[in-house]
Design a protein around this ligand. Structure first.
Ligand code: HEM
Length: 497
């Protein structure tokens, strides 16, 4: 009987989808709805987002609407149109999308509700604690933690005293060091000092959860994804308010977030833990793969690595910063700002590996101004998407776009990047755009710089021979920095310094 009921509900839902099928109206972008109701082009998009979008662009031009898993998404493929989309603040809202997705994915109640008045605004205001002058304290904290981890785990042996080269999985190396250092910097150290137990397990749970992230964002209920639910529950238990409060040296940012979620009576401790878990995820899920690609691209281009290393050494010398195998190096925020080749090579790595979507939701039916005299009608609830990977890989904007050119953005100071003869306002967008831009972007770039400086100063680095060039795994396309599709083995040895 229940089987029959299910079938009936299924058939009825299908019928509703078919009857409510959207018909393109006057001045709306071309519609790509596929033949499967509701699902639309979700499968093709999920398989190879960038390839799919380029195909549609060839057929329909720079602006088209695609039905993906029940959502009508209008893709804007011409970067010269980006400024008009990004400045459409009131009619195009970022937070209505993230506010509906994030609570479901991370497991906390909706943030904009009468039960949690002003929580949304308070959380947004607290992001300032990741920037400006606050960045100095975070950078200093990160420096100390990175140095401590490298010293305890990898710098033990003096050059020549040990067996020489050590080998490792490069992603695992970056992930271990960056996860723990970021965690210690933001969430603090155990009351009794030293390092937290169980860091590896926490990290593994976080990345196991992350593996299910695309499914959760697509709307699959977590109840159907047992592994994701188990990892999420474990992560939440590790980040319960009582535990975090017992840690010392917490960053001002995390302390502020604790205060904010603590003062809302409608939240239970488990909800507060879910907020902390969401922040932990945001702070490492993209930074770690970005760090890997930045390191990989340098190690696989020894000439570039040499130029980057030399500039670090020169700037250290100019600033009078001493360091040796026995003396810890300190890289202040000011010094990091001067490392233009390092910054350019990180930006180049972000260009090659980022595949995030910039999403805005139309708050009303309106005519969206695109470029010059051109506009398109959109409907309330439609999702407007910028897909910067297509810009990052556009041969008209970036010569030889598949190639890593470590100094590409040092050249940028000579005039910028162009499309159709016009200078682009937005040409590198791994951190999103406009009002929704990642609030942790400066901290992220600084911590990657610090990690790479230490690796380049203290170690000789090489790829193990016989490996093919690393490629990206596109399963996270649309959601951030892509992971490598296979392991990369490298070797490292202490330099004589
Ligand atoms: C390379 C590393 C990182 C990348 C590529 C990255 C990228 C992004 C992107 C694309 C967004 C969405 C922006 C939009 O849609 O316009 C975002 C949002 C966010 N990021 Fe990052 N991020 C990184 C590191 C970090 C770090 C280190 C933190 C915190 C310490 C952080 C905290 C956040 C938060 C809290 C949001 C949501 C902001 C909001 O709700 O308004 N991110 N990030």
């Amino acid at each position: 009987m229940s089987g029959l009921l299910l079938l009936l509900v299924g058939v009825l839902s299908l019928l509703v989808c078919v009857l409510r099928r959207r018909i393109r109206r006057d001045n709306e972008p071309p519609l790509v709805a596929g033949w499967i109701p509701f699902v639309g082009k979700a499968v093709e998009f999920g398989r190879d987002a960038q390839g799919f979008l380029l195909q549609q662009k060839k057929k329909f031009g720079d602006v088209f609407t695609v039905l993906i898993a029940g959502k009508y998404m209008t893709f804007i493929m011409d970067p010269l149109m980006y400024p008009n989309i990004i400045k459409h603040g009131r009619q195009l809202d970022f937070h209505s999308f993230s506010d509906s997705v994030a609570p479901v994915v991370f497991g906390y109640p909706p943030v904009r509700s009468w039960k949690t008045p002003s929580l949304h605004e308070d959380i947004q205001r607290a992001f300032k604690l990741l920037q400006g002058d606050h960045l100095c304290a975070l950078t200093e904290g990160m420096m100390g933690n990175l140095m401590m981890l490298l010293r305890q785990d990898h710098l033990g042996r003096r050059p020549g005293a040990g067996p020489g080269w050590k080998s490792g999985d490069m992603y695992e190396f970056c992930s271990r060091v960056m996860f723990e250092a970021t965690f210690l910097t933001l969430y603090g150290i155990p009351q009794e000092g030293g390092r937290h137990d169980g860091m590896d397990e926490l990290r593994k749970d976080l990345f196991q959860f992350d593996g299910w992230f695309p499914w959760l964002v697509a709307g699959v209920p977590i109840g159907l994804l047992r592994q994701a639910k188990t990892s999420r529950n474990k992560l939440m238990r590790s980040l319960l308010p009582m535990r975090i409060s017992s840690w010392s040296n917490r960053s001002q940012f995390i302390r502020r977030r604790q205060e904010l979620v603590e003062k809302v009576d409608a939240l239970k401790d488990v909800d507060r833990a879910a907020h902390h878990f969401a922040m932990l995820w945001a702070s490492v899920a993209n930074t770690i793969p970005a760090c890997f690609w930045s390191m990989y691209n340098l190690v696989s281009h020894p000439d570039a690595l040499q130029v980057v290393r030399q500039q670090i050494l020169d700037e250290l010398k100019l600033s009078g910063v001493q360091f040796s195998t026995d003396t810890d190096v300190t890289l202040s925020r000011d010094l990091l700002d001067k490392l233009l080749y390092l910054e350019s090579s990180i930006n180049e790595s972000l260009r090659l590996s980022s595949a995030s979507m910039n999403i805005r939701v139309a708050q009303e039916d309106f005519s969206l101004h695109l470029k010059n005299e051109r506009s398109a009608n959109v409907r309330k609830g439609d999702i407007i998407v910028l897909y910067p990977q297509s810009l990052h890989m556009d041969p008209e904007v970036y010569e030889d776009p598949q190639t890593f050119q470590f100094d590409r953005y040092v050249q940028d100071s000579k005039g910028g990047f162009f499309k159709g003869g016009q200078r682009l306002k937005y040409y590198l967008m791994p951190f999103g755009s406009g009002s929704s831009m990642c609030p942790g972007r400066h901290f992220a770039v600084n911590e990657i710089k610090q990690f790479l400086c230490l690796m380049l100063l203290y170690f000789n680095l090489e790829l193990e021979p016989g490996q093919t060039r690393a490629t990206v795994d596109s399963s996270r396309a649309g959601l951030g920095i892509l992971f490598p599709s296979a392991k990369v083995h490298f070797r490292y040895r202490l330099r004589c310094v």
